[in-house]
Design a protein around this ligand. Sequence first.
Ligand code: ADE
Length: 253
Amino acid sequence: MKITIMTLFKETMDPMLEYSIVGRAKKNNYIDIEAVDIRPFANNKHLQVDDYPYGGGAGMLMMPDPIYSCYQAIKKQSQAKTRRVIYMTPQGNVWNQQMAEEFSKEEELIILCGHYEGVDQRVIDEIVTDEVSIGDYVLTGGELAALVVADSIVRLIPGVLGKSESFEKESFSEGLLEYPQYTRPAVFLDRKVPDVLLSGNHKKIEDYRRWEAIRNTFHKRPDLLKDVQLTKEEQQLLTEYAKKHCKVKEGML
Ligand code: ADE
């Protein structure tokens, strides 16, 4: 897969793309990922990339030509037969794990980072296939959001993480949050690691972890449970658990 991030702040992105798991994935050729500076594609002597909005209003808009020329240059260098162009904007679809999985199967992604008050609508209409937000808040630009999106995609590409196991059983992959994890020491500040994890009984450990994941999701993100396939026994156990733990306390109402 190739990911190209179009930005006015390439120098802030490069370090993030060189280090950690993303950097290693790039070095090991699992992924080709880079940030491209839009500014050199400006078609004026001062390399101006923003201008006042027609009709008035606050702030500056990113001009369409530099973005379009940058996009054309990226396309010209690419051998991909298909590509998706993501525009990072608070108006987009809110990013989630399912979207990360879908996009991780694409041949090529181009991510456009907006800045200032936004981007001229005509270039969005011309090149963008998907508008994506990382949450209902407004950032000063799309760069941090693009890194979030790219990171969540890159780690799903086969070979990028050490063992495929490491994301098979993690939060969201089965619609559940993760179970709590423990490492040494077995006792920390009088808090013991649950006995079952020291028992060596793999079936019991698996059952324990599954129930803890359900319980964790019930307490922290009950909204997710409607999309989880629970067995009949699990459903029953959860109903009893909920009855016990969701009593309305006296005086609450
Ligand atoms: N640009 C500014 N705010 C953003 C957000 N919440 N998500 C994606 N891109 C953005």
